[in-house]
Design a protein around this ligand. Sequence first.
Ligand SMILES: NC(=O)c1ccc[n+]([C@@H]2O[C@H](COP(=O)([O-])OP(=O)(O)OC[C@H]3O[C@@H](n4cnc5c(N)ncnc54)[C@H](O)[C@@H]3O)[C@@H](O)[C@H]2O)c1
Length: 344
Amino acid sequence: MSTKKYNVGVIGYGWAAAAHIDAINATSQAQVTAVYSSRPLDAATLSAKHGSQIKVYDTVEALLADTSLHVVDITSYPSQHCAQAVAAAKAKKHIILEKPMANSMAEVIQIFEAAKQNGVKGCVCFECRFSSQMEATKAVIDQGLIGDIHYGEVDYYHGIGPWYGQYRWNIGKKDGGSALLTAGCHALDALLMCMPGEVDSVTSFSTKSKSEYFTPYEYDTSAVTILKFKNGSVGKCAAIVDCLQPYYFHTHLVGSHGSVLDNKFHSAKLKTDKAQWSELSMKMLDSGDVSDHPYQSQFQAFFDALDKNQDMPLTSFTDALRTFKVIFAADQSAATGGQPVKVA
Ligand SMILES: NC(=O)c1ccc[n+]([C@@H]2O[C@H](COP(=O)([O-])OP(=O)(O)OC[C@H]3O[C@@H](n4cnc5c(N)ncnc54)[C@H](O)[C@@H]3O)[C@@H](O)[C@H]2O)c1
């Protein structure tokens, strides 16, 4: 029985889908009532596992034709995102879309335009913006505690080798795309949240580890991007998918009144001791499966915005478009050996 306002149909049933379903069912206004998967799934088992009545569809078309659904949540392989998101928009369903939105800028624009033309809202899973770490970091910036940021770096270090579930498709260019697209996008997006100015141009270089774990990758698995902002500030983002070390989401923001380094800070405004870091107590982004689970607050913000017929804060299609413009410009720069590329 549907008891809440929004019924959500999920496309795909892998790691992300399972995490999304529980997060959606925990929001005040929404429940998952349908799942499409290429594998046969048992509706009763799914319903019992996730605590909502879930129908199972064996084609995307059948799921989209379900008039009881208000929202479609796309958690499939990245190369399928564009066709499915455009079809969902045409079926007048609001869209939750896993990162990357798609694996080319042309496809990202197609999704953006289809949503606009059909009057549906979007939520892109850059859920790190809703994490405890980034919320606290952003609050420090917004309170002016480190002043105007002239340099910022946010880096992503996560070795995605054979020990990791997504490795089977992540190694291919078709679905993995690039180090930035497949994983580093979270760090670049977080950097752009902390540094809200317009990006003028980017320069990027990429390379690959000699470790046999990463040999099967069809693309460079380490990339470093320098960003030049129109207001004169500069930024840096490393996307490292081929490291052998613990997961690390590195954040260093340098401003006119102080700095934030991960969970440490100095603020001249607070008159803290510049010779020692002060500490921010918060849950850190410290695993590839985002154990801090910001999905729930992100989806809650999406449904709250749908209630008001507004774009959601922080991770709407418009917010994500800005990030993907920078990502695709960076990948273009890396492909040309580091030629600067203007961000359109
Ligand atoms: N925002 C995040 O932090 C985050 C984290 C992980 C994944 N993702 C994204 O979510 C999307 C899906 O990734 P995932 O982690 O769920 O990957 P996954 O490998 O668990 O699932 C990917 C796709 O494969 C399908 N699948 C899984 N096992 C299958 C099997 N045995 N046979 C046939 N199909 C199977 C799933 O239904 C899904 O459509 C990707 O776009 C990925 O980039 C985002």
